[in-house]
Design a protein around this ligand. Sequence first.
Ligand SMILES: [Fe+2]
Length: 387
Amino acid sequence: MTTHLDPAPVSGSPPPEGPGEDPHRSLHSETGARPGEHPGRPRNPLVKVAGLAWLEFEKPDLDRAGRFGTDFGFTVAGRTPETLLLRGRQAAAACLVVRRGPSPRFVGPAFAAASRGDLDRLARGTGGTVTAHRGGHAVLLRDPSGFPVRVVHGVPDLPALPGRAPLPLNFGSGPARVNAAQRPARRPAEIQRLGHVVLGSTRFRAALDWYLHTLGLIVSDFLYLDGQRGRGPVMAFIRCDLGSVPADHHTLAMALQPRTGYVHSAYQLTDLDEVAASGEYLRERGYRHSWGLGRHIQGSQIFDYWRDHDRAMFEHYTDGDVLDATAEPGWAPLSASGLAQWGPKATADFTGTKDPGVVVAAIKALRDKDNEIDLPALRGLIKAMGS
Ligand SMILES: [Fe+2]
């Protein structure tokens, strides 16, 4: 198959084999692409977006969504009978837009364009239109999975709110704390900002190529099905190309799944104690824990996963990797045990292996030929989530 993603000049050659020379060493659990594999770089993208601006949801009960939001660590930035805006502490537009709707659902992500001119370029390149939106401008696109994707510019930032400083930690030499105890409170987190969103898609490869070409995103890590590397990646951790400016290891992650939909979104906290102590607070309030604490491999974040009243998954994280544009994609096999360096085993709640809805979706996806789900892929995904 030919795509617009033929190897770009900067990323064509495989990494050297010597252990001391591999540029992926310490960044990835495995090495880079083999010749002819997906380069993870677009050759000539329409634009290069600057970041993930916000996520849009619909919920039937905005009061309940607001309660989870503030317990989870957001600050309410606005509320009308029809809309709830939740924000982090850093200067930015509200990062969750929750509208009243008949049933709970994720609507889509909004990415920030680097310039107003990029919106015109996107509109020209996609047949879209630039419209006024939330005090700025936006182009509304649709990705191959069917998600509406907004690209925005000029939406005013809310001013920063004071945030907690990291705890001073005593290490082996030169204590930072003398005659002072460590007492992290069990209280709601103070979310700093939106980090990333993870989406499942029955049309993973088409969606991956679309995001790279349309928004100029680049791949940090690919995961493939063990024994089926030849079919290409089935998961990608994707970041913004900010040149020499370091960007989050992933702003968007996508995985081939039998059901297209939202998987989770992640929000940055100050430090490990904040993740752990705010998790205790959520536990005491009766919220459903999904998986954690642990430290991821791809992206290295210390993570903890929770579910809201509608079973939507939200992640607290701290200490994630940041990469500039020179770091090339790593390749590793997908497995449940490969999702963390330390921490409890990935739960069935997190991997979805006990969700009867997934079985129904898998049967439907197999019957429907207009997607990338086939029997070997399903077998490989089931095996990966059990290994
Ligand atoms: Fe995550």
